[in-house]
Design a protein around this ligand. Structure first.
Ligand SMILES: Nc1nc2c(c(=O)[nH]1)N[C@H]1C(S)=C(S)[C@@H](COP(=O)(O)O)O[C@H]1N2
Ligand SMILES: [Mo]
Length: 530
């Protein structure tokens, strides 16, 4: 039956082509990993392509991704890139059976895409960043060319024993070549991982060896009673391991504290300066409880955390550099913080210097900053959303104006200025919970950093607003817990909460999206009492 055997042999070839394509892609990534390990881990192709995708994602899509995938958004993005790459690799492999050169050229094209992505990243350090993608693509193209030529020579129907066919290549020969390629590529990849890991070792050691000085100004004593004893309520202090993380970094920067520097310069800076970490740590440190919030936090969302931060008062450093706030005749109204990964965040100079505890933080809940949260130094300005204040892995502070420069998120349609909006969240009961009838404790947190929370009210269905009990307030820059005893009656009920801030302003009912300057509106939870 010639029809069947020719179909079978076509299928076998297609499978070999697909395998050749996948192995070519695997080799390309592994060699790129090795090159990145030697040059710069952040220049690896998946990282740079992912980063370039993040840079170009419209704000609304990014917000959607954060909402949908939560903090797994980066894993999803990388898996997506790999999945697309695998599909294209299979197609190129099959194509290469008939057109080896075109297939190989296709692989090279991907190298060029990777190189372009690498050079377009804000943290690109120059042409060297193109090396991993180009090197990987050349290796991948060579592998595809070779394996495709072997596959093409496999006889239409191999002997039952898989012996050599007339072309001189056997299916066994192809498989051997494929196996050798796979092992070689895996070794290159493992070696790359090893080099990347070793580069991080210095940073890890510098963090482990860092001894945080005692604060000259310790955090004010937290009043007893900031933490309600209600099951299901958020902890007043968020443990570092639970603290939300929002950033664009596909590989978390591992900065060596020993070689780290912070430069302060720009408009109105009469004494520009570069600090080492030791120089900063020699200054009087302050310790404060500050609640950090992300502008992408939906009403009722999880992107908020409260920690005890240890750091250097930023206003003092600025004053020493000669900076004056605009209200005192200063020429710069925007402070642009830049991180080692090229992120830029802009804060109003006026806010940073108005007496609030704007700090360059080195410690978080009693330990050096975790790498995820900006080791060795990050900025924090109480009262401002993270994207306009909380630069992690900071290395540069430039004084400029809002007219002269738009930082990263502002270029992507987020607001130039973004003070945190008053919000209250119901932590318990959870949405669609089924609490028993009778006494039910409704509880949660409310925040209005810089203003503080003076009142929280709860409404059941369309009933009247009822005052909730407030936990003790640690300070105006931290969230405040509240609870309300509800006498639950059978049926479906909507529980709604709203807060009043220290200026007397009641939290607005008006629902807005997170873009451009943070979500507003009341948080509601629907429960059914059986
Ligand atoms: N270098 C850098 N710093 C950054 C960001 C970033 O993407 N890169 N994201 C900012 C945003 S949007 C927020 S909300 C906070 C989050 O800080 P966390 O991850 O420590 O909670 O960091 C800010 N600092
Ligand atoms: Mo954010």
């Amino acid at each position: 039956m010639p029809g069947v055997s020719s179909f079978r042999s076509k299928l076998v070839r297609a499978v070999m082509g697909a395998l050749a394509g996948l192995l070519a892609a695997f080799t390309a990534l592994a060699v790129a990993e090795l090159a990145a390990g030697l040059v710069r881990p952040a220049a690896g192709p998946v990282t740079v392509v992912g980063g370039a995708v993040i840079d170009r994602t419209p704000a609304a899509v990014k917000d959607f991704a954060i909402r949908t995938f939560g903090e797994n958004d980066k894993t999803v993005l990388q898996l997506g890139i790999l999945a697309i790459l695998a599909l294209i690799a299979v197609a190129l492999g099959v194509l290469a059976l008939a057109h080896r050169r075109i297939g190989a050229a296709g692989v090279l094209l991907f190298g060029i895409v990777g190189a372009a992505a690498a050079l377009s990243r804000p943290d690109s350090t120059g042409l060297g960043d193109a090396l991993p993608s180009i090197g990987g693509a050349v290796a991948g193209a060579a592998v595809l060319y070779l394996l495709a030529s072997k596959a093409a020579h496999v006889p239409a129907v191999a002997g039952a024993d898989g012996q050599d066919g007339p072309g001189g290549w056997s299916r066994r020969g192809f498989l051997t070549a494929a196996g050798v390629t796979a092992v070689a590529a895996a070794s290159a990849g493992a070696l790359g991982r090893y080099f990347t890991g070793r580069q991080g070792q210095g940073a890890i050691a510098s963090r482990e060896n860092l001894v945080l000085p005692k604060p000259a100004s310790p955090a004010p004593a937290v009043p007893a009673g900031v933490q309600l004893k209600v099951p299901g309520i958020t902890a007043f202090t968020t443990p570092n391991s639970d603290f939300y993380r929002v950033d664009t970094a596909l590989t978390v920067p591992k900065v060596d504290a020993g070689t780290w520097r912070l430069r302060i310069h720009g408009k109105g800076v009469t004494r520009p300066r570069t600090y080492t970490l030791d120089e900063l740590l020699a200054r009087p440190l302050i310790e404060r409880d500050i609640t950090l919030t992300c502008v992408s936090n939906e009403v009722g969302g999880p992107y908020i955390g409260n920690a005890r931060w240890l750091g250097i008062p930023l206003a003092d450093l600025l004053e020493e550099a000669g900076v004056k706030p605009p209200s005192k005749g200063g020429r710069a109204d925007q402070l642009v913080a830049r991180s080692v990964d090229g992120m830029t965040l802009g804060s109003p100079v006026e806010d940073v210097m108005d007496g609030r505890d704007a700090i360059l933080a080195v410690g978080m809940n009693g330990e050096p900053l975790p790498f995820d949260h900006g080791f060795p130094v990050r900025m924090l300005v109480p009262g401002l959303y993270g994207y306009v204040s909380a630069c992690k892995w900071i290395e540069d502070i430039e004084l400029t104006t809002f007219d002269a420069y738009d930082p990263y998120w502002v270029k992507r349609k987020w607001a130039r200025k973004a003070p945190i909006k008053t919000q209250a969240r119901i932590d318990t009961p959870k949405p669609f919970a089924r609490p028993a009838a009778g006494a039910v404790t409704v509880a949660g947190v409310a925040w209005a950093q810089r203003r503080g929370i003076t009142r929280v009210e709860v409404r059941v269905d369309d009933g009247p607003w009822q005052d909730a009990d407030l936990a003790a307030q640690a300070g105006v820059d931290t969230w405040r817990q509240w609870s309300y005893r509800w006498n639950a009656t059978p049926g479906g009920h909507n529980l709604t909460v709203r807060a009043t801030d220290g200026t007397g302003q009641v939290q607005t009912e008006q629902r807005t999206r997170t873009i451009p300057d943070g979500a507003s509106g009341w948080h509601s939870v629907f429960v059914t009492v059986p």
